[in-house]
Ligand binder design. Structure first.
Ligand SMILES: CCCCCCC[C@@H](O)CC(=O)SCCNC(=O)CCNC(=O)[C@H](O)C(C)(C)COP(=O)(O)OP(=O)(O)OC[C@H]1O[C@@H](n2cnc3c(N)ncnc32)[C@H](O)[C@@H]1OP(=O)(O)O
Length: 711
């Protein structure tokens, strides 16, 4: 296509891109040209009229009209005046990028020439264009500005600044028929000829750029505000594309960097991307977002519908990698100390039985809650300054490793309206590869967020179990330290509620409070020591309700009731006698599992041995062989045994039940156990007293022997 342009053309900083233009483009010849070039060398120094004069000569030789101008483009008025003096009108401004390369430090020079220069010249021309109701402005940007280019920060910024300028000029000029477009040419120039191979410079001839400029300047061309890459005979248009994005905050909530991180993939997903062309379109999206957030309910709004919609939602899965360091920090966090030699196996990675405390099982799943996971669930508009830990259930399916990577998947199991607060139940499964390692149920109490008309109870909630109505079987008292929370938080619960006095005050506490899971860890290890010889493989599950806050430095008193494999627990703060953990229990795996036998002795044999101890201890109960254990005239247990079948029954209170057990024990050890000299639990765990068969029965024996020792 041949483009005929009847116009006044001003070129500034002409450079090589247009030096040869008159040779191939007749259109220059048909214009009235004002050719500007400062004539600098590529470092911005020097001054020569050669470049501008050469172009003027060539245009004139083609029969065109041209005048040269050698002023700096900052003197835009002088340049425009040159055009007006010569031709009496202003048409098009061509911005070329024949800019001498300079150092990064010379920011001001680059900006003055490219950005400020464009501003000055355009401003000088603007009113003339407005008056004549026609204008075509071409900003010459650079791919260095569009894409960036190593070492060209100042140049890139100035060049893309031209595009920003052009965008606004396109809007402001539209009604005066002033169009402003931007080109980013790839062309051989004074700038690039020193760095490009000659044949490439040749193929990037200015002749392959100028026709685009001429078309954009044509009065028939409607293009306005466009950005074009051009070079080597190819032209492409660029535009903005915006991903659908993702809303990362909820009503009445802080927007957190964690939420941004967790939704990064959504934010950057260009599926169904929009192509906004105006700031209004951009704003429209923000308005839509605001109305979506505002219409959200949630536990702190008026949320029946949206809170219900949160149920069943999955939080982003999280991965948690740990080594022995995290296991040890956790053990210290829940009060383990080298003062107690039994604790060494949890504190020293070189210990032959080095183990991870079972309650460490809450830590991998905690990552799923804490790191913005909970904040990301629509409908749960949680005010995190009002969050308290309400309850926790943990069940292990295998002993925890001391290092590895575990992944956790959390689901909102239910949202309850407790009047004074809302309770969010979260089920979290934690896996090692495909294998389920543990399950947690978190119960998050959001103070003051109740009263939204939701349901009060849930069959999804792990039930609390009250302790038996008797004095506890065992009590362990342990002190937390003033820095207990500061230490515990290193395991990943960075909630400022536990360390920052001003944050604690916002929640209505006079001082930072201890993490619920810290007290939980204390109580669990008390049970593990008391009833499982600190053997983590005995731990099965734990359930706890946090009834009142504990302050770091207070002493925790764990009361325990043993009912078979279930150890009921309740914790008090010793200084205040306030119950802080209630309805709680730890389930243990049966002690006898895997015990094995070397030789077998049936009840009859036990009875015989007990009988040998003396008549006060053993009596024949009935025709069937039997015995009872008494001391000081009181009966601890009555057992009967069917000699023929080798099975027996226990009669008395909680011990009653069918017995079907065999024992292995040396005479001496058995005597010591019965006489209370050897702790039955220790004997049991030391392998001196082995039980096989009905596990409940073995537990009962332990209790019977313990009771006997008490008598
Ligand atoms: C990313 C986030 C996930 C991570 C979460 C954990 C982050 C941690 O950093 C935070 C912590 O560790 S906080 C420290 C540990 N927790 C505490 O100290 C809370 C102590 N408990 C309390 O203060 C009150 O029980 C209190 C304030 C909870 C409730 O007291 P009241 O408002 O007086 O309630 P009450 O009148 O006694 O009972 C009303 C209904 O609520 C039920 N309820 C009470 N305590 C509950 C609790 N702890 N958990 C769940 N439900 C509880 C009651 O049963 C009652 O309901 P219903 O009538 O149906 O039985």
């Amino acid at each position: 296509m041949r483009v005929e342009i009847q116009c006044v053309l001003i070129t500034f900083n002409v450079g090589r891109e247009l030096q040869n233009a008159p040779h191939y483009c007749q259109s220059f010849a048909s214009c009235c040209n004002t050719v500007n070039d400062l004539g600098g060398d590529i470092k911005g120094g020097g001054k020569s009229s050669a470049a501008a004069d050469k172009v003027v000569e060539e245009i004139r030789a083609k029969g065109g009209k041209a005048v040269a101008n050698y002023d700096s483009v900052e003197d835009g008025e002088k340049l425009i005046q040159t055009a007006l003096d010569a031709f009496g009108k202003i048409g098009m401004i061509l911005r070329d990028r024949s800019f001498a390369r300079t150092s990064d430090l010379d920011w001001d020079l680059i900006h003055r020439v490219h950005l400020r220069g464009a501003f000055m010249v355009t401003r000088a021309a603007w009113n003339h264009m407005k008056n004549q109701k026609f204008g075509r402005i071409i900003m010459t940007a650079s791919t260095a500005g569009i894409y960036g280019n190593f070492g060209q920060a100042n140049y890139s910024a100035a060049k893309l600044g031209l595009y920003g300028l052009a965008n606004t000029l396109a809007i402001e000029g539209r009604k005066y028929n002033i169009h402003c477009n931007t080109i980013a040419p790839t062309a051989g120039s004074r700038l690039t000829q020193s760095v490009m191979p000659p044949d490439l410079v040749e193929s990037m001839k200015p002749e392959y750029v100028a026709p685009l400029v001429l078309w954009l300047c044509h009065e028939q061309c409607k293009e306005n505000g466009g950005l074009f890459e051009v070079g080597g005979g190819w032209i492409g248009k660029l535009r903005w594309e915006r991903s659908q994005g993702h809303i990362v905050r909820h009503k009445n909530q802080r927007m957190t960097p964690e939420a941004v991180r967790d939704h990064w993939d959504n934010i950057c997903d260009f599926t169904d991307a929009a192509k906004p062309v105006s700031i209004q379109e951009g704003l429209q999206m923000v308005v839509e977002v605001l109305s979506k957030v505002d219409s959200e309910g949630g536990v702190s709004g008026n949320p029946t519908a949206s809170a219900a919609s949160a149920v069943g939602q999955k939080l982003p899965p999280t991965s948690f990698s740990f080594s022995h360091t995290q296991c040890i920090i956790y053990a210290l966090g829940v009060g383990m100390s080298t003062k107690d030699p039994d604790h060494l196996r949890f504190l020293y990675e070189g210990h032959e039985d080095f183990s991870c405390l079972p309650t460490f099982g809450v830590i991998p799943s905690q990552a799923a809650m804490m790191d913005g996971g909970l904040a990301s669930v629509p409908g749960l508009n949680i005010d995190f300054t009002r969050v308290l830990h309400g309850e926790q259930y943990l069940e292990l399916y295998k002993p925890l490793p001391t290092s590895g990577t575990l992944t956790s998947q959390a689901t909102v199991a239910d949202v309850l309206d407790k009047g004074s607060g809302a309770v969010i139940l979260l089920d979290v499964n934690t896996y090692s590869g495909d294998e389920l390692v543990c399950y947690n149920q978190w119960s998050v109490f959001v103070v003051g967020a109740g009263g939204f008309g939701g349901k009060r109870t849930s069959d999804r909630a792990k039930a609390l179990v009250p302790p038996p109505n008797r004095a506890p079987d065992a009590v362990v008292t342990d002190s937390t330290t003033r820095d207990q929370a500061a230490l515990y938080r290193l395991s990943g619960d960075w909630n400022p509620l536990h360390i920052d006095p001003s944050f604690a005050a916002m929640g209505g506490f006079k001082a930072p409070i201890l993490h619920g899971l810290c007290s939980f860890g204390f109580a669990a290890r008390h049970v593990l020591k008391q009833y499982a010889n600190n053997d983590p493989s005995r731990f099965k599950a734990i359930k706890v309700r946090f009834v009142k806050p504990v302050l770091p430095g207070q002493s925790l008193q764990t009361e325990m009731w043993k009912e078979g494999n279930r150890i009921h627990i309740q914790c008090k703060v010793k200084e205040t006698d306030a119950v802080v953990l209630s309805g709680a229990y730890v389930d243990l795996h049966g002690a006898a599992e895997g015990g094995g036998l070397q030789s077998e002795l049936v009840f009859a044999e036990i009875g015989r041995r007990i009988k040998d101890l003396g008549s006060e201890l053993v009596k024949k109960v009935n025709a069937v062989f039997g015995w009872e254990i008494t001391k000081n005239g009181k009966t601890a247990a009555q057992w009967t045994i069917d000699l023929k079948s080798g099975t027996g029954s226990l009669h008395k209170g909680p011990y009653s039940g069918k017995a079907d057990v065999t024992f292995t024990v040396s005479d001496e050890d058995f005597m010591e156990v019965v006489q209370g000299k050897l702790n039955p639990q220790k004997a049991f765990f030391a392998g001196k007293l082995k039980v096989r068969g009905n596990i409940m029965m073995s537990q009962k024996l332990e209790v019977i022997l313990k009771d006997y020792a008490k008598l």
